[in-house]
Design a protein around this ligand. Structure first.
Ligand SMILES: [Zn+2]
Length: 279
């Protein structure tokens, strides 16, 4: 054994370099129960669960990106939501990014989705399941004309409003992000009960999908929660303050992303460093 002591020296720099691997390169979740560590935009996911690529009322899109892992609560939430959508005869949910197997930062795209508690759901509600080929590179369904900052009323249906309401009323949900013009549209509906609108938050970019964020799971001590949204339905002055200042990147059919390979920043939480390095 002693003879091979030098091997240790050889291995040490490798473990140092291991941090350079990105979260996207990890293909398997860690074992054990789901645990979300850190905050939505700076954390990781232990014991990630895989969302089956299709089930009652939904299909996973772009599975080649391997972003269909989440906290067990998220997987349960999504399957529950899809069943409701199916029961209501609203079409098929297209589930986009959740998280990579151990969470952490995506190499491309948004900064959140790091703890398995964020998921993107598309506003396209097909009546027929998409083919395997379509699923790899689906056609988006934008409801906002980004260049003119105009809501496409003809694209919006009552099913869209209902979908976001059904998604938001669930107690597991902390926030839902939609484009400010979608929020405005929802505000204009005379809902009998408007409490859930508080959770629906305006945010740029969400005009062909919406983003669901769940609360930190019960007993998840390492999960860093976000402050509750301000009281009220958020339909007044706050919404009015969202003006089209920020030029948005238009979505292209293929959404080809230029992947700039950057070194993965050292995770803030030691549990995440372990998850990133574990084989
Ligand atoms: Zn998202």
């Amino acid at each position: 054994m002693m003879r091979y002591g030098w091997l240790l020296w050889l291995l040490l720099p490798i473990s140092g370099f291991a941090l350079e691997r990105s979260w996207d390169e990890i293909t398997v979740p860690s074992e054990g129960a789901s645990s979300s560590i850190g905050s939505y935009a700076n954390g990781c996911l232990a014991g990630g669960e895989e969302l089956a690529l299709d089930g009652t009322g939904y299909q996973v899109i772009r599975s080649q990106r391997n972003r269909y892992y989440g906290h067990q609560d998220m997987i349960q939430y999504l399957t529950d939501l899809a069943r409701k959508v199916d029961r209501l005869g609203m079409g098929q949910l297209l589930v986009g990014d959740i998280a990579v197997p151990r969470g952490g930062r995506f190499t491309s795209g948004h900064a959140s989705h790091q703890t398995g508690l964020d998921a993107d759901i598309w506003l396209r509600l097909p009546n027929e399941p998409l083919t395997q080929q379509e699923l790899q590179d689906p056609e988006p369904y934008p409801v906002v004309d980004i260049d003119r900052y105009r809501f496409k009323k003809d694209k919006w249906t009552s099913n869209h409003s209902l979908l976001i309401q059904v998604a938001a009323v669930d107690d597991r949900v902390a926030r839902i992000f939609v484009h400010p013009l979608i929020k405005k549209q929802l505000c204009e509906v005379s809902w009998q009960e408007r409490d859930w609108l508080r959770k629906v938050r305006p945010w740029w970019g969400h005009y062909y999908h919406f983003h669901v964020r769940l609360h930190c799971p019960n007993g998840g001590k390492q999960c860093v929660a976000q402050n509750a949204p301000p009281p009220g339905d958020g339909c007044g002055a706050e919404l009015a303050s969202w003006k089209p200042y920020i030029p948005e990147k238009k979505v292209s059919k293929s959404e080809k992303e230029v992947v700039k390979k950057k070194a993965t920043p050292r995770p803030k939480y030691s549990e995440c460093v372990v998850l990133l390095n574990e084989p």
